[in-house]
Design a protein around this ligand. Structure first.
Ligand code: HEM
Length: 432
């Protein structure tokens, strides 16, 4: 039964649109190419520029897309646009898919995930969760983040002189931090990383049946694990965020599970990519890394420039709830965040990586409007601490081979980033 349901949902949501998108991409359709052409996925920035040069919004028969910063910024803040593909299923096919979705297999892009719900539900749920991510609450995590970074760096220093940054550091730090914050046990981290990687594909347009099956299973397994964990927390709550949400008694069981799943996934899938992208960029721009060593006050802006230049979340989707100046009622618009961040109307020489860029912070890497990333401050804090600690510990850090891109169509980052430590320094030398 699960299999038949899954096949139906996949066919309607991904299979049929995916086939049409791939067909259009092969015929050179510029909108389809940015979401489905493998050569564009490897290096999408030229395709974004070409799309933008055709107009602020470019349409094909299925969907609209924008790589314009001003349109992206306006649409993300515009309440006439709703998050996700199917705010209200409008066609009979999408109604069938919505009815067939198994509550045990609800992904991060589907209600009641914060990403896919709308006011007033969104306002209520976000209000409850956001208390854990205020600037004050996030600042309190700094010491713990430093401690986690130091432990991981000790392990690297005690291991071979060559290592993979993603496996040993960039993925481990954010998952440990978010697991701590929401109160899931340390021994489950490897399992969460695996589930998160697999479930993240479900945000992709045109996912294949094979990808869908893998994502579906990861979502079901992580959901079942979290349901049991939430039941434990009801019996004996801790001081973590999930325990607090359980104790509030204001969220449905499904809202609790979906929120925990989103926080876990969003909490590390993206930050891993930010840390990896930053290390690769800085090692390729040694003069800029040297400037940061000389004046560490530049780190905050450097992170903003990494977020702008190599955006971890390349795109999101909005659907017009009513007629708008950008797209007609009921139509969807792919907001190419990675394209908006390279728009020369806002950023001088947008394809140049420059950690001193004065308006780097105008990027849309964390989106805008009501879905603005809840973890933005946490991601900034984690990445500054992680990067400073890494480059302080290993002043001679260097690439040791060619980094391999991984990620999905939506998420951009490295799967492997081989490094060699060179000569490191000890914790005592750092302190002295
Ligand atoms: C570099 C790191 C990160 C990036 C680039 C990023 C990016 C984003 C983006 C683009 C959105 C909005 C998507 C849309 O508008 O459709 C978003 C939403 C969200 N992010 Fe992040 N994120 C990052 C880290 C985090 C962390 C560490 C957390 C953990 C708390 C987190 C939790 C969330 C949540 C809960 C939402 C949904 C907010 C809502 O819909 O109201 N993110 N993120």
């Amino acid at each position: 039964m699960n299999h038949a349901r899954s096949a139906l949902v996949w066919g309607i949501r991904y299979g049929i649109p995916g086939a049409a998108i791939h067909f259009a991409a092969r015929r050179g359709d510029p909108v389809a190419r940015v979401i489905a052409d493998p050569t564009v996925l490897a290096d999408p920035f030229d395709a974004y520029d070409r799309l933008r040069s055709r107009g602020p919004v470019v349409a094909n028969r299925m969907v609209n897309a924008t790589a314009s910063h001003s349109v992206a910024n306006a649409v993300l803040r515009d309440e006439r646009f709703l998050g996700g593909p199917t705010p209200a299923p409008t066609t009979w096919l999408s109604r069938i898919a919505a009815a067939a979705v198994d509550p045990a297999a609800i992904g991060p892009g589907e209600p009641p995930s914060l990403l896919a719900i709308h006011p007033p539900d969104h306002t209520r749920l976000r209000g409850l969760v956001s208390k854990a991510f205020t600037p004050r609450a996030v600042a309190a995590y700094a010491d713990r983040i430093r401690e986690i970074a130091d432990t991981l760096l000790d392990d690297i220093a005690n291991g071979p002189t060559t290592f993979d940054l993603i496996d040993t550091y960039a993925s481990r730090l954010p998952v440990t931090v978010i697991a701590d914050i929401i109160g899931v046990p340390v021994e489950n981290h490897a399992q969460f990383l695996d589930w998160g990687d697999k479930a993240a594909t479900s945000l992709d347009p045109g996912m294949t049946w094979r990808e869908y099956r893998v994502a579906d299973r990861a979502i079901r397994e992580s959901g079942a694990w979290l349901t049991a964990h939430i039941a434990d927390l009801r019996r004996s709550p801790g001081t973590d965020v999930l325990s607090k949400l359980v104790q509030l008694d204001q969220l449905t069981e499904l809202e609790l599970r979906s929120t925990a799943q989103l926080l876990l996934g969003a909490g590390f899938e993206t930050t891993v990519k930010l840390i990896g992208n930053a290390v690769a960029l800085l090692l390729r721009h040694p003069d800029q890394l040297a400037a940061l060593r000389a004046d560490p006050s530049g780190w905050d802006n450097a992170i903003e420039e990494v977020l702008r230049f190599d955006t971890p979340v390349q795109m999101t989707l909005r659907t017009a709830n009513t007629e708008t100046e950008h797209v007609p009622a009921g139509q969807s618009l792919i907001v190419l965040i990675g394209g908006a961040n390279r728009d020369s109307a806002v950023f001088d020489e947008p394809h140049r990586f420059d950690i001193t860029r004065t308006n780097a912070r105008d990027h849309l890497a964390f989106s805008a409007g009501i879905h603005y990333c809840l973890g933005a401050q946490l991601a900034r804090l984690e990445s500054v601490i992680a990067l400073r600690a890494l480059f302080d510990r290993f002043p001679n850090l260097a690439l040791d081979g060619t980094p391999a891109r991984g990620g999905t169509r939506v998420l951009r980052g490295y799967k492997h980033l081989p490094l060699r430590t060179g000569v490191g320094v000890t914790q005592d030398q750092l302190a002295g």
